[in-house]
Design a protein around this ligand. Structure first.
Ligand code: NAP
Length: 274
């Protein structure tokens, strides 16, 4: 089936670039923008149109997709984008920003612009495969066929509920990775064999967190994990999560390069470093 609606994709980072590529490969007319232009160039070489600004990217778009670092990036982009959108446009906000940022975004859109908050579960590997989990708040009907290219949609309820559920999921996943790392740190302190301890944990209820703590070939950076826990802990009192957040912050203070590495490397650092 031929797709005629024009999609603007803003934010071509580790997740955004493979997601945009899937839409391009599916035949959608695609305009891309990224703050650092060099990151857009591979997609332009593959056939996407390059916009010089966020406003230029969305001016003729029927569907706008954002996949940005966090709430500050979204605000910066929204300042430029919101005034340009025509009634009838759907904005699919797929970054992890939390429900407050989605509410603020909705409040600045013109009547007739439809906002869907659709953050994703799964990492860079699933972004490339089009097998992400998509937690979608709001009315997705106009863009279901677009989202289907990226993964499987779970409708979460009213606008903001996708962003809220994503925060819940990441609080558990990142917290689980932190707990697994400390349990294995304890194993080392008690003189246990690391592989035996890891296998014992893998066989228990935190098995998924063990897999994530030792995943390779994916990239969810520790600075993004810190951002997620910061948003979660500002929503309500979460003492355990606050401790995990502080642990991750301490880890990146100690080893700044870990901010830009996958959280599995922060977990290894927690296990090994005194
Ligand atoms: N990586 C994962 O496994 C994963 C999984 C699920 C959800 N997420 C979420 O998906 C989102 C994107 O993640 P990612 O891994 O793709 O991150 P990333 O590689 O760090 O990319 C972040 C994107 O945001 C842009 N950006 C940052 N600050 C900006 C600003 N002030 N103005 C405009 N653009 C700005 C970056 O532009 P530049 O290129 O110019 O820096 C880049 O395009 C995040 O919200 C993350 O939490 C990530």
């Amino acid at each position: 089936m031929e797709h005629t609606e024009k999609i603007a994709f803003l934010g071509l980072g580790h997740m955004g670039a493979p997601m945009a590529r899937r839409l391009l490969t599916a035949g959608h007319p695609l305009t891309v923008w990224n703050r650092t232009r060099a990151r857009a160039e591979p997609l332009v070489a593959e056939g996407a149109a390059l916009a010089g600004s966020p406003a230029g990217a969305v001016r003729d778009a029927d569907v706008v997709i954002t996949m940005l670092a966090g709430p500050d990036a979204l605000t910066a982009v929204a300042d430029a984008v919101a005034p340009e959108l025509r009634p009838g446009t759907t904005w699919i906000e797929m970054s992890t920003v939390g429900p407050d940022a989605v509410r603020e975004l909705a409040a600045r859109l013109k009547d007739g612009v439809n906002l869907v908050d659709a953050p994703v579960t799964g990492s860079t590997d699933r972004a490339a495969e089009g097998t992400l989990g998509i937690l979608a708040g709001g009315d997705t009907a106009a863009v279901d066929h677009v989202l289907a290219r990226l993964g499987t949609v779970t409708r979460t309820g009213p606008p903001g509920s996708g962003a809220a559920l994503k925060l819940v999921v990441n609080t558990a996943v990142i917290g689980g990775v932190g707990i697994v790392a400390e349990a294995l740190r304890l194993a080392a302190a008690l003189g246990l064999d690391g592989d035996t301890a890891r296998d014992a944990l893998r066989a228990g209820p935190l098995g998924g967190a063990v897999e994530r703590a030792f995943a390779d070939g994916v990239l969810f950076t520790t600075d993004l994990a810190v951002k997620d826990l910061r948003i979660a802990t500002s929503a309500t009192e979460l003492p355990v999560t606050t401790t995990v957040l502080e642990r991750l912050r301490r880890t990146t203070r100690h080893e700044p390069a870990l901010s830009h590495a996958d959280i599995a490397q922060a977990a290894t650092h927690i296990i090994r470093t005194s």
